[in-house]
Each structure stands twice: as structure tokens, then as C-alpha cells.
Design a protein around this ligand. Structure first.
Ligand code: FES
Length: 141
């Protein structure tokens, strides 16, 4: 293999490894109205496929939220704040993982591995017939 081809392959491998981590860093600002966020799902291709997710920052709120596609038109809207000691979790494949002490949650926010004992806060969200995901910010479980 020549040097140019090796460098090209190595660069591609590094970029592939880094992209999932970068996706967690991209935050989409959204403007709530009356404590409600409305997302037109068609505008976010990543939410059209199971396993896709979006990180949103409701303007005026302290922390961002993860919107995760569960498949079958179902979505989970989760706080990224770990319920152990409040570090910020990252989406890693089918789980959300806390970098501080290793707690792991499923895409519905349920604890898969401690030390966290409580699920991530989940916000009520429903898909309208028009394809809008309506997220209630004030009533997380
Ligand atoms: S803060 Fe998340 S596991 Fe400790």
C-alpha cells in the first residue's frame, strides 16, 4: 500500500471513530412556546430512523435534552443529567453512558447499570398526525 492510500484510509478510520462523539456535541436550539416544544420530525432526518437521536436546547432552559427515536413512531425525550451525581451522559449506540462513574441507561432512560439507581428524567412527548413531536417541558417524570 502506498503512503497516500494509507493516509487516506487512516483519516477515514479516525473520522468514523470521532463522528458519534461529535454528534453528541451538536445541539439544536429550539424555541418553546408556553412550556411546549414542537419539532417537525421531517426536518430532522436522524429522527426518521430507529437509533437516531437529536440533542436540543430549549431556549431559556438550563440544560439540553436528548430526543431519541425508538422506532414505530415512538420517541423518548430525556434529560442528559445522570441521576447519580449529575454528570452529563452521552449517547453511545443503544445506550446512554455516564462518563463519570459508568452508569448506563437504555433509550427510554431506564437504568441498565449503576451506580445510578433512578432513571433519567423523561419528558412527555407525543407525535401528532401532522408529524410534529410535542414535548411538554414542565412535567418530566
Ligand atoms: S455521575 Fe453518572 S455515574 Fe456517577
Amino acid at each position: 500500500m502506498d503512503r497516500r492510500r494509507f493516509v487516506g484510509l487512516a483519516t477515514g478510520a479516525i473520522a468514523s471513530a470521532a463522528l458519534p462523539a461529535c454528534a453528541t456535541l451538536v445541539v439544536t436550539p429550539v424555541a418553546p412556546v408556553g412550556g411546549v416544544v414542537r419539532l417537525a420530525i421531517r426536518n430532522f432526518a436522524q429522527l426518521g430512523q430507529p437509533g437516531g437521536y437529536l440533542k436540543i436546547q430549549p431556549i431559556g432552559e438550563a440544560a439540553p435534552l436528548f430526543v431519541l427515536a425508538l422506532g414505530g413512531g415512538e420517541f423518548a425525550v430525556l434529560s442528559p443529567i445522570c441521576t447519580h451525581l449529575a454528570c452529563t451522559v452521552n449517547v453511545e449506540g443503544a445506550q446512554l453512558v455516564c462518563p463519570c462513574h459508568g452508569s448506563m441507561f437504555d433509550r427510554q432512560g431506564r437504568v441498565l447499570r449503576g451506580p445510578a439507581e433512578r432513571p433519567l428524567r423523561r419528558f412527555p412527548a407525543a407525535l401528532t398526525p401532522e408529524g410534529e413531536l410535542v414535548i411538554q417541558l414542565g412535567s418530566a417524570a
